[in-house]
Ligand binder design. Structure first.
Ligand code: ARG
Length: 483
């Protein structure tokens, strides 16, 4: 393709390195949409005869319909999605097809396709992260949320809390993720289309019209920045890596929680596997896989940043290598969040028997503080008492009021060592473990999740309307597994 001036075809190994049709499939919808809008603009401005522009648009829409039906395979011999679409158009409508590439370059095309595709993927991620948050809030508000479990520090029993606080705190992370994805999406507001190779064009293009038709706020302000800018892609990879770190933390909660002996999580059957050898196994493979996805997510972010380092201003082919990192990264993040959300929905959060670790010890120290004892001294005395107790045969005996009063005469008459179930309510500080605070947490998470979901839904409707106007099927913008 486009090699008339050269004496030889591209070396076959070079061609193999050069081809990008596999990852470009995900850009097909964006590429066709951009091309329809570009052709309409070429006709409206008279850069291309109106009749030719109309034929181009009709031809592109027909290709889009076939593509949506899975009947437009991309030919690797044509290198990328852009050349595939152009070649197919010309094959279908003849010489008018040769006018489509007027006043544009693959450099502004790929930047435009990426912006459109990122915007779409981010919208999906916003919804998926919000769904995980909503699921966790739902579990926290169910009877499971009222179960009391060991809150851990150093993966050791620390203080007893409601499951609802743990679940709500994971939910809060996912709400922040949804908000982070949204902020990245909302910054994608400038259309690169019409920037040409790097320097714009001498033809009288209407960049505002194409920007609006593609759902951007305005055309980009520098053609040379527009073809090289991959900030939104880096931001999206960062946001995905953070979301998958959060996912890995919750996945680990499920793995450890379902460990016999810990017994605080029961995973649903659709998310466990057995061993090919040991018939008794009930393995949390899916939680492990979600936990693992954070590793390639971090890797893609680092690779993408490394790829951009030191590139001079302008388009450079290096940028092509960033495409699969971004496209695959965002779709793996989406899939992982969706699996995690479904897995959370299918899990039960149980109340294991209380550990014998005296997690109420802080309450004794705090009661001594209330009686005027400096905290350091209280901490030392309670620690020594527990250490002594642990070596005596009374260690498994419940900690009674008489024992406490003998040990700590300063304690008021009505002080009782908190039973495991009472512990969370003892801590009434704002944002603490009492149900009052947990309830506030859940309300906040839910409100932020809902407002994010509403914003994403509104944006989706806006984009769908523009695509309907352009005559490009919505199917091309949805991943196969999307409802
Ligand atoms: N396939 C290329 C990419 O993904 C499109 C732009 C190619 N531009 C060029 N001058 N070869 O980046």
């Amino acid at each position: 393709m486009l090699r008339d001036r050269f004496s030889a075809p591209l070396d076959p190994r070079a061609a193999a390195l050069s081809v990008s049709v596999a990852e470009d499939r995900a850009l097909l919808g964006a590429d066709l949409w951009g091309s329809v809008v570009h052709a309409q603009m070429l006709g409206a401005t008279g850069i291309v005869p109106r009749r030719s522009a109309s034929r181009i648009v009709v031809g592109l829409r027909a290709i889009a319909r076939d593509a949506a039906a899975g009947k437009f395979p991309l030919d690797p011999a044509l290198e990328d999605v852009h050349l595939n679409v152009e070649a197919e158009l010309t094959r279908r409508i003849g010489p008018d097809g040769e006018r489509l590439h007027t006043a544009r370059s693959r450099n502004d095309q790929v930047a435009t396709d990426l912006a459109i595709s990122l915007r779409e993927s981010l919208l999906g991620l916003e919804r998926s992260a919000a769904t995980v948050a909503g699921t966790l809030v739902g579990a926290a508000r169910s009877p499971d949320g009222r179960h009391v479990v060991d809150g851990w520090t150093h993966t050791q029993p620390a203080q007893r809390v409601y499951w609802g606080q743990i679940l709500g705190s994971h939910a809060l992370r996912f709400v922040r993720d949804a908000e982070r994805f949204r902020r990245v999406r909302e910054r994608i507001e400038a259309s690169p289309l019409g920037s040409g190779a790097i320097a714009g064009t001498s033809l009288p293009v209407d960049r505002t019209a194409t920007a609006r038709a593609l759902g951007f706020r305005r055309p980009s302000v520098s053609s040379i920045d527009a073809v090289s800018d991959r900030d939104a892609a880096s931001d999206a990879l960062y946001a995905s890596a953070v979301a998958l770190l959060h996912a890995s933390g919750f996945a680990e909660e499920l793995v450890l929680g379902s460990l016999p002996g810990v017994d605080r999580v029961r995973l649903g059957d659709p998310f466990v596997t057995t061993s090919s050898l040991m018939p008794h196994k009930r393995n949390p493979d899916l939680a492990e896989l979600v936990r693992a996805e954070s590793a390639p997510a971090i890797g893609r972010l680092v690779s993408h940043l490394a790829l951009l380092k030191g590139l001079p201003m302008g388009y450079h082919r290096d940028l092509q290598v960033g495409k699969p990192l971004v496209l695959e990264g965002l779709s793996r993040a989406r899939l992982s969040l969706d699996v995690l959300g479904a897995m959370a929905r299918g899990s039960s959060f149980l109340s294991p028997p209380a550990t014998d670790a005296a997690t109420g010890s802080v309450e004794v120290a705090d009661a001594l503080v209330r009686a005027g004892v400096p905290f350091r001294s209280a901490h030392r005395r309670v620690g020594l008492w527990l250490a002594r107790r642990a070596t005596e045969k009374s260690r498994n005996a419940p900690i009674g009021t008489a024992e406490l009063r003998a040990e700590f005469p300063e304690l008021p008459d009505d002080f009782r060592f908190p039973g495991a179930w009472e512990e969370p309510e003892r801590r009434g500080s704002a944002g603490g473990s009492s149900w009052r605070s947990v309830d506030r947490l859940l309300a906040e998470v839910d409100a932020r999740r809902r407002s994010g979901e509403r914003a994403a839904a509104t944006e989706l409707v806006r984009l769908q309307k523009l695509r309907r106007t352009a005559g490009v099927p919505e199917r091309l913008f949805r991943p196969a597994e999307d409802p």
